[in-house]
Design a protein around this ligand. Structure first.
Ligand SMILES: Nc1ncnc2c1ncn2[C@@H]1O[C@H](COP(=O)(O)OP(=O)(O)OP(=O)(O)O)[C@@H](O)[C@H]1O
Ligand SMILES: [Mg+2]
Length: 440
């Protein structure tokens, strides 16, 4: 089975509804080829958090075994991510007095390390720290202060903290499944999805990425090329299914099936073909046999919840003063973005709040060629010949796992990159050793 000629990257997305394991071989810093993929329904995960370790372990094992077979490889080291309502994010300013006149890499590292020394509740830990911009001697707007002359270095930082418990338990489930989390580090899901989907133009001009999962909706707003805001809300495709189950008095399974068969947000009789669905009897009682639901009626059931979700997201973005920085609009991803018409609702809500501006909304899916299995990075969209046919896993549900692969591949293959590992900076060569070890 082993193929020593390939150095492989493995991404593992342990979601509330499914676990996906993707195996890839690197092509260039922005490109890789998918060698295999395994996916199964997740058990023991609720709202992105492990609630039953054994269930989670079995799901991870099943997805990894399938990926291992399809890629014809052994899998040991994986990169994985996390989301959940326990995650807190904030923008802070940090400063450092420079001893010599010129700013060196160790000054920048020191400033970022100092930012993590502030008081943190004992149950919390740092997940990531992202520099937004720097100032040298009070001149803000500096992207990289390395080599500049000055006495005072300041940085605006996006700090992401998470509760230790969910991180430790996810790590434990991954270990018990016989895997090793690279550097014991977890990525933050919306940032990974953004890496797989957002072009540099979108990040520069301003865009909101909304990843609608099963139990969680992650939001990341970018402008001026960097992330400005992230948040996680306890809402997702499952919330919609629950609403359908309540309104139709169907079981959860039937409501989920109904959603896939009739699912339509903002049904428009002038554009959409109506369809109807003969619903199963009420569970247990055999009542209501032969009830018929139309797409229009289905749409009327789910519209208010989805409208509320986008309204809440908009208000949170507005509270951070970022609502006028969405020139490139909104990108929807995650399985919830597969619901037909959901982009219409996002467009209506965001356009209405933004003084009737016509806000651009697109569905974000990773681009993976059907013929070659090659992943196309968003920064190459404008120059590469994009594939005419995509693989079956070029779907919004796979944005996060492709983002893990993209970020790791890029970090390791970018010459001279320095990688933060367990709080310490490592060289790319040191990191490579831990990365490939075991996946062959
Ligand atoms: N074609 C579809 N139409 C409507 N909903 C869909 C469709 N496909 C998937 N979904 C919904 O997407 C959700 C799953 O999305 P996704 O796979 O992104 O979630 P997850 O990553 O497992 O969960 P989370 O990110 O919340 O932990 C489910 O609620 C499912 O019903
Ligand atoms: Mg997800």
């Amino acid at each position: 089975m082993a193929d020593n000629s390939k150095d492989l990257l493995v991404g593992l997305d342990v979601g509330s509804s499914k676990v996906v394991c993707a195996v890839a071989s690197s092509i260039s810093p922005t490109s890789f080829r998918i060698e295999g993929l395994g996916e199964c329904q997740s058990h023991g995960i609720r709202e992105g958090t492990v609630v039953d370790i054994q269930g989670a372990v079995e799901s991870i094992r099943a997805a990894v075994d399938e990926a291992s077979q399809t890629a014809q490889t052994n899998i040991r080291n994986v990169v994985a991510g996390i989301s959940g309502i326990h995650i807190r994010t904030d923008n802070v300013t940090q400063q450092l007095i420079i001893k010599s006149n010129e700013i060196e890499q160790r000054d920048i590292d020191q400033l970022i390390e100092n930012s993590q020394e502030g008081p943190l509740a004992p149950s919390m830990r740092y997940l990531d720290v992202i520099p937004l911009e720097y100032a040298v001697d009070f001149n803000w707007g500096i992207v990289s202060p390395l080599g500049m002359e000055g006495k005072k270095l300041e940085a605006k930082l996006h700090m992401i903290t998470a509760q230790s418990g969910p991180c430790v338990n996810l790590n434990k489930a991954i270990r018990r499944a016989g895997l090793e989390l690279i550097d014991s580090q977890l990525c933050f899901n919306p940032l990974a999805a953004a890496s797989a989907l957002l072009s540099p133009e979108e990040k520069n001009l301003g865009v909101a990425l909304i990843d609608i999962g099963a139990d969680l909706t992650d939001v990341a707003v970018f402008s001026n090329g960097v992330v400005q805001y992230t948040s996680v809300a306890p809402f997702g495709g499952q919330t919609i299914t629950d609403e359908v189950a309540i309104k139709t008095q169907l079981s959860n399974e039937s409501a989920e099936e109904l959603k896939h068969r009739l699912g339509q947000v903002k049904f428009d009789p002038t554009k959409d073909v109506d369809g109807s669905f003969v619903m199963p009897a009420y569970p247990g009682l055999g009542q209501g046999k032969g009830r018929v639901l139309t797409k229009q009626a289905f749409s009327d059931i789910i519209n208010p919840r989805i409208q509320d979700m986008f309204e809440n997201i908009y208000y949170k973005i507005r509270d951070k003063g970022l609502h006028n920085q969405l020139s490139h609009g909104v990108v929807l991803t995650g399985g919830g973005a597969c619901l037909p018409g959901i982009d219409r609702m996002a467009k209506e809500v965001f356009s209405m709040h933004l003084a009737g501006r016509d806000i651009n909304v697109r569905i974000g899916r990773p681009l993976i060629s059907f013929e070659t299995g090659e992943f196309f990075a968003p920064e190459d969209y404008s120059t590469a010949v994009l594939p005419s046919q995509l693989t079956g896993y070029s779907t919004p549900q796979h944005a996060a796992v492709m983002g893990y692969l993209y970020d790791l591949n890029r970090k390791v293959l970018t010459q001279g990159s320095r990688i933060r590992s367990k709080g310490k900076l490592k060289t790319a060569a040191e990191y490579l050793k831990t990365w490939f070890l075991g996946n062959f």
